[in-house]
Design a protein around this ligand. Structure first.
Ligand code: FRU
Length: 914
């Protein structure tokens, strides 16, 4: 706050500096209003110039000149304006005395001093007068004339504007002298208006009438020139002496006219412009100023015209000099003021910069202080946040751990359930084969196992929904048939409990795009609920209503059970909801999951309760509401959890699958599984058909390398290495890469499935897997291996020519062939040498080649050699023995025997047959 006021002070100082920047005088401004009678003639212009020059010497003086232009009305108006503007002083050169007198009085009354110049008003009610004495002017003119006496002289007077004081006074002075001399004959007066045009006519007439005169006194030089012109026109100019007034210096001025002999003389009548300004300023300065300030006048004739002109020229020059100096001074002053202003601005800005610098230092210190405080607070907050984060993480971790525990546990449940279900399945099959009736206990175990499995699946789905891991895989489905299938599963229970259970549809052909797996769970949840809460002999209906014209379908599940209290309806779909009237065990996730699954279909599920409960599912028809990747053309119903176990093949314990099959020719299966029950179960079931090798996971890899089995069944969750890791290692090892691997796991999510594929697993079965699917899968993998074997054995020496398709087995065969090819003529080249070259043991090589190619290594080498020999017989001219040695046979005889053994003909006979 303190600094804010300091800053405010800075601003005030700055503004005042700026304020002082304007160009101004310390003295008060003086406004002078001058009403000039007219400005057409040079005398007036000279007067104005003199005034302006004088005024310019005073920077505080503003002179405004108004031109009345010979118009008395104009002049009155101008004077009134000056009064209204309250100028400091009025200067006036009245056109005529009388009309201007009252307005001058008015100004005086208004307190504005009035300075009368050149011409006067009628009375002396003005502050002062500046001008020459016009009576004296007239007298001077008369004196020139009378100086020529005693000759009798004829004289004419040409007067200025009647009513103007100079005209009156000049005439007065003139006659005062002239009239004293009776010898002077006054021939008449011509009345002019100061301009020559006003007198030429009258003067001409007079001269024509009276003839030449001796002297003509003309009130000013302009009219005097006009008079001369008239005389010249009459040819009498030399006989007439003309005396003018004004005596201006300049080309048409009176002095020049005197010099040229046009005028006999001129009476100097000074304009008094400079004097007028000086006097005005004196008045305003309250100096004592005489009322009449008379300017001196003089006669200019041919004797002094030259001197006068010189003097006046000098004065003019000085005036010009003065003017230029005044201009220079003015410029200097302007420069001074502008520089002064710039200096002040710079000073002002420096002041501000200084202020800002001080302020910024202050701010910096203040900010640093605040920052320190903030840092401290921040640190505190960070510590608190870290604590909160730690607690949150702990909570999250413990939650996660709990969830993982439950998920893991749920997965763990799956293996025993698999066992229970598979055992039950076997038991039923055995009973069926023996012709026994399945006992109700067996059915009970089976139903409850199913129920248990569903509950576990619900629990796992709940986790999956929470992690948003579900992706819809919708396929075209006849919704009536689909519903009817599930309906059938509940029919037995309905019958047992006397429940009227019906399914109806207004369009049994209706096809919808649904994710069958998800929708199956929705149906099971809704129907399980309905059966749970419907009393014996009650009623449950499934009704599919196709809104035929519209785009929606509704599926109704209606029961007449205990219903749901009205005020609880809105919470039905929230997780862990349990109705207040529900006395049964319930996880509370079924309806929540159902809602999530329906919403994954962009549908909705609603509940009504009135004399029972009704759930209504609304789904869209068509597939446009799904993304492309959500639609599947051929739905995989391989979710083993949904497949009816009663479909399983179920072999009797210890029974032999393929009767009479030679143990030697049996395929071997390595089972890597740490669950002893499952191991026992599978060993028992598969042992009849396959040679079983068992590992609990600790020696899985070692056993695989040792035995090179035909198929590996491997659990994912193992104590040592995971199934994924084992699979990865075996698939990237040349010795075992050819072995089909089936991963058995309780992890059914997509990521695990992908992980399984990534590590090279040939099949991925989730627990509880269907036993028949497992056996079928083993068979088809072995069949595929057989096809591959057929391919390899029939393309032995072509493998290295065809393009690689990136298969490790193909690579193996190529390496094998390469070694044999390199040692083709080496009769000592043995299986041991080959195994060494391939960096595997002799037994492993034997088993791998046997597994892949179906023959022993030595047979394979021999076959390779014979095939090569055959193609050499076909394409070269080498002898039989040469070809035999070249293909690694130690003698021609041995070659011949071996060749005949394989191709049925001797090499010689074969060659001939070509
Ligand atoms: C100029 C003028 C002068 C004369 C004066 C009298 O306008 O006519 O020639 O001397 O006025 O006021």
């Amino acid at each position: 706050m303190r600094f804010q006021s300091v800053f405010f002070l800075f601003i005030v100082v700055f503004i005042s500096i700026f304020h002082s920047c304007s160009y101004r005088n310390d003295e008060a401004e003086i406004r002078i209003g001058f009403s000039q009678a007219m400005i057409a003639d040079e005398w007036r212009q000279s007067m104005n110039n003199a005034m302006e020059l004088q005024a310019s010497l005073y920077p505080n003086v503003t002179l405004s000149i108004s031109n009345a232009d010979y118009n008395v009305e104009n002049q009155i108006k101008q004077l009134k304006e000056f009064i209204a503007a309250d100028v400091d002083i009025i200067i006036v050169s009245p056109i005529q005395s009388k009309p201007i007198t009252p307005i001058v009085e008015e100004a005086m009354k208004a307190g504005i001093p009035v300075l009368v110049v050149d011409r006067k008003t009628d009375n002396q009610k003005y502050t002062a007068y500046v001008g020459a004495d016009n009576i004296e002017v007239g007298r001077n003119a008369a004196k020139i004339i009378v100086s020529n006496l005693p000759d009798s002289l004829k004289v004419v007077e040409i007067r200025g504007l009647a009513g103007s004081s100079p005209a009156e006074e000049r005439s007065l002075g003139f006659h005062q002298i002239l009239d004293k001399f009776p010898s002077i004959e006054f021939m008449g007066t011509i009345q002019g208006d100061w301009e020559k045009e006003s007198i030429t006519g009258g003067f001409k007439e007079l001269l024509q009438e009276i003839g030449p005169v001796d002297y003509v006194f003309v009130h000013n030089d302009r009219m005097a020139l006009g008079a001369w012109e008239v005389a010249r026109n009459l040819g009498i100019e030399d006989q007439i002496k003309i005396i003018g007034v004004d005596g201006l210096n300049g080309p048409n001025g009176g002095i020049q006219l005197v010099k040229e002999g046009v005028l006999n003389a001129t009476i100097l009548y000074p304009t008094g412009g400079d004097e007028a300004i000086k006097t005005a300023l004196k008045i305003l300065n309250d100096e004592i100023v005489p009322v009449n300030n008379i300017l001196s006048t003089t006669v200019i004739d041919r004797f002094n015209a030259e001197i006068m002109q010189n003097q006046l020229n000098k004065i003019n020059e000085q005036q010009t000099l003065l003017e230029s100096q005044v201009t220079a001074v003015k410029r200097q002053k302007e420069l001074y003021y502008s520089q002064n202003n710039i200096l002040k601005i710079i000073l002002g800005f420096s002041f501000i910069i200084l202020g800002l610098a001080v302020y910024s230092i202050y701010s910096k210190i203040a900010i640093a202080k605040k920052n320190r405080q903030l840092e401290l607070t921040n640190r505190k907050i960070t510590v608190q946040r870290n604590q909160i984060e730690k607690i949150a993480n702990e909570v999250k971790e413990s939650n996660e751990a709990r969830m993982n525990f439950f998920t893991g546990l749920s997965h763990e449940f799956k293996t025993p359930i698999t066992l229970i279900m598979s055992s039950i399945e076997s038991l039923r099959d055995w009973q069926r084969q023996k012709g026994f009736k399945t006992g109700f206990e067996v059915e009970l175990i089976q139903n409850n196992s199913n129920r248990l499995l569903r509950l576990i699946n619900n629990l796992l789905d709940f986790r999956k929904v929470e992690d948003q891991k579900f992706n819809v895989r919708a396929s075209k489905t006849n919704i009536f048939k689909f519903s009817n299938n599930i309906f059938s599963e509940f029919k037995v229970e309905a019958r047992k409990r006397g429940i009227k259970f019906n399914i109806t549809s207004n369009n049994e052909d209706l096809e919808l795009f649904i994710d069958r797996n998800l929708m199956d769970k929705v149906y099971f949840n809704l129907l399980s609920n309905a059966f749970k809460f419907t009393p014996d002999n009650g009623r449950i209906d499934i009704e599919i209503l196709d809104n035929l014209a519209g785009s929606l379908v509704t599926i109704h599940f209606k029961d007449n059970g205990i219903g749901i209290p009205e005020n609880e309806l809105e919470f039905v779909f929230t997780p862990f909801f349990k109705g207040s009237n529900n006395r049964k065990n319930s996880s509370g996730v079924g309806l929540h999951l159902s809602k999530q699954f329906v919403e994954l279909h962009l549908g909705k599920i609603e509940v009504k309760s009135h004399h029972g409960t009704e759930f209504i599912i609304t789904l869209f028809k068509g597939d446009t509401h799904f993304n492309e990747d959500q639609i599947v053309v051929d739905p995989e119903l391989v979710d083993t959890t949904l497949i009816n176990f009663s479909d399983g093949i179920g072999l009797e314990e210890g029974s032999v699958g393929l009767e009479g099959q030679n143990r030697e020719e049996q395929h071997s299966i390595l089972l890597i599984e740490d669950n002893r029950d499952l191991t026992f179960f599978l060993n028992n079931k598969l042992g009849s058909e396959y040679e079983m090798l068992i590992s609990d996971g600790t020696d899985g890899l070692a056993m695989a390398y040792e035995h090179i089995p035909d198929v590996i069944l491997c659990d994912v969750n193992l104590p040592d290495k995971s199934g994924f890791e084992i699979c990865q290692i075996l698939k990237s090892d040349l010795r075992t890469s050819h072995i089909p691997i089936i991963l058995l796991t309780a992890l059914s999510n997509k990521e695990s499935f992908i992980k399984g594929l990534e590590c090279g697993a040939d099949l991925y079965l989730t627990k509880p897997f269907n036993y028949s699917i497992l056996t079928q899968s083993i068979k088809s993998l072995l069949y595929n291996r057989e096809k591959l074997r057929y391919y390899y054995t029939n393309n032995i020496h072509k493998i290295d020519q065809v393009h690689s398709f990136g298969d490790p087995e193909q690579l193996f065969v190529r390496q094998l062939n390469q070694q044999i090819k390199t040692n083709l003529d080496n009769t000592n080249f043995s299986v041991e040498n080959l195994a060494d070259a391939l960096n595997i043991s002799r037994v492993q090589l034997y088993r791998k080649v046997k597994a892949m190619l179906g023959i022993s290594v030595s047979d394979y080498i021999s076959n390779y050699r014979l095939e090569k020999a055959k193609s050499m017989l076909e394409s070269t001219n080498y002898s039989i023995s040469e070809i035999g040695y070249a293909t690694g046979f130690s003698s021609p005889n041995y070659f011949s025997t071996a060749f005949k053994g394989k191709f049925g003909v001797t090499p010689g006979a074969y060659k001939k047959s070509l």
